[in-house]
Structures are given as C-alpha cells and as structure tokens.
Design a protein around this ligand. Structure first.
Ligand SMILES: Nc1nc2c(ncn2[C@@H]2O[C@H](COP(=O)(O)OP(=O)(O)OP(=O)(O)O)[C@@H](O)[C@H]2O)c(=O)[nH]1
Ligand SMILES: [Mg+2]
Length: 250
C-alpha cells in the first residue's frame, strides 16, 4: 500500500547531546520536507545536565511538529524510547540516535519500505552498499559476535539486529507491548519480538557515522547480561508461539 497520508513519527532519545541535537533534528526535518513526508519528531531527553534541554525546547517552539519529553530519573535509553512510543501519533515509527550517527536519507528509505507494505525495516551496516565511518574496533568485534549469536539463535539473515536505528509500523510496536527493556537492550527486544511474531522485515544497507562530539553512554560491561537476558527470553517466547500455533492446528 502506498499512501501519501501515512505519517512518520521520529523518536530521538538523547542525553547531553548539546553539540549535535540541533543539527540532527534540522537535517531530518529538511530531508522529510524535501520528500513530502508527513512527520512528527519527538525528542526524549533524560535529565541532561548540559544545554540540550533548552536547545530542544527552542526547536519545539519553532516547529509545530517537534515535541520534547523531559523525563524524570531514572535514566535509560529503553525507558526513553518506551515513553516516546507511548506518545506517538504517527502510523510508522523510526528510532533515530541523537548523536548524528544515522543518515536522514536512510529514514526516507525506511519509510518507503513501510509504504511498500513491510511491517518493519532493519538497516544493516554490514551488507554491500553500506557506508560506515569511525566505528570503534572493540565495538565492531563485539557487534559481529553478538549478531552472529543472534543469527544462529533466531535462524535469521538479519545481521545488524543490535543497531537501534530501525522502523516499524505502529501496530507492530503495539503488538510487542509490554516493552520490558530499560536500557540499550531495547535495541534487540524490538526487532527480535518482530521476528518471532512473524512480521515481514525489509533489510537495507544503511550509513553510520561515529560521533564527533559528546560522550558515549554505551557500556558493554553493564549491558552484556541484559542483552543475553532479553535475547533468551524472546527465544523462549518464540518456542511458546510455535507451540501455540501447533496446538491451535490440532
Ligand atoms: N533519553 C536518553 N537518551 C539516551 C540515554 N542513553 C543514551 N541515549 C541516547 O541514545 C543515543 C545512542 O547513545 P550513544 O551514547 O551514542 O551510544 P552508542 O551509539 O552506542 O555510542 P557511540 O559509539 O559513542 O556513539 C544517543 O542519542 C544518546 O544521547 C538515556 O539514558 N536516555
Ligand atoms: Mg552513538
């Protein structure tokens, strides 16, 4: 189905991104305007201690389609994305990072795939056509190990499931509730739940750029266990869904 009326909700979780947030938002707005894509942008701030909240509020006062959510502690990118999801009004949802790592043109490509009829779109930085710059080596190694593990566990060709930049039809996200992850493990919870529920996911090459300012909030030490927990509980969900399908067939 291709409908010009479909609206895209862009959720940007951001914390202490004063150097980058304005550029991220304006670049996305420009690209979506050029492509005549109806949109809203929701910046979810988590108690930033820099000037980002003021910059975000100013953007929201200048543009009708921008909103800002200022969360109360505790922090967590999972909590932030969940709160963004609870506030969207669009038909499709894309989660975009606030540190300019994702390419606004890829947001448009995602949206076109959703318009084509896909339920979700998983970009990959590890297929032909993708451009990746300044990806730290230790993160690259961990990424490839984690994604290989997920590919085997879930028997899937998608090879960049851990990247947060993905798009979903709104009803797909609704079917995944309750969303449980409070931290970066939300980046695997959403795509894995979509896969085990049998949704149709497109895979496209995407670009990714290492952050040029600000500080990384990603800590693999505190996250390993959470990634493992989330992956295994969704794997168990998959078993239950398959049992249910079999039992209903009897
Ligand atoms: N609202 C909110 N945003 C967060 C939180 N943690 C991270 N973010 C945002 O989520 C996005 C991804 O976080 P990054 O720190 O860039 O993580 P990363 O991409 O793995 O790390 P880098 O390699 O340094 O870019 C950025 O926009 C952050 O500002 C949080 O607790 N709350
Ligand atoms: Mg980043």
């Amino acid at each position: 189905m291709r409908s010009d009326k479909m609206k895209l909700s862009v959720i940007i979780p951001a914390c202490n991104e004063e150097a980058l947030i304005k550029k991220v938002v304006l670049d996305i707005l420009e690209e979506l305007k050029r492509e005549s894509i109806l949109n809203e942008i929701i910046i979810v701030d988590d108690n930033s201690s820099d000037s980002m909240p003021q910059i975000a509020d100013r953007l929201a006062s200048e543009y009708d389609n921008i909103r800002v959510i200022h969360r109360k502690p505790p922090n967590g990118i999972g909590r932030a994305i969940k709160e963004g999801i609870d506030n969207v009004k669009g038909d499709a949802i894309v989660t975009v990072m606030g540190d300019a790592s994702d390419d606004p043109k890829d947001i448009v490509r995602y949206f076109r795939k959703i318009e084509e009829g896909y339920d979700c779109v998983f970009g990959s930085r590890f297929v032909k056509g993708a451009v990746v710059s300044d990806y730290p080596l230790h993160k690259l190694i961990l990424n490839r190990l984690a994604n290989t593990f997920l590919q085997v566990l879930f028997f899937t060709g998608h090879n960049d499931l851990t990247n947060a930049f993905k798009a979903y039809k709104r009803e797909v996200i609704e079917s995944m509730k309750p969303i449980e992850s409070l931290y970066f493990n939300i980046t695997v919870e959403l795509p894995l739940k979509a896969l085990v529920r049998g949704y149709k996911a497109a895979s496209i090459p995407i670009n990714w750029y290492g952050r040029e300012s600000g500080v990384s909030k990603f800590s693999i030490r505190s996250l390993g266990r959470r990634y493992l927990y989330t992956s295994l509980y969704i794997w168990l969900q998959k078993m239950l869904i398959q049992d249910d399908i079999r039992d209903r067939g009897n």
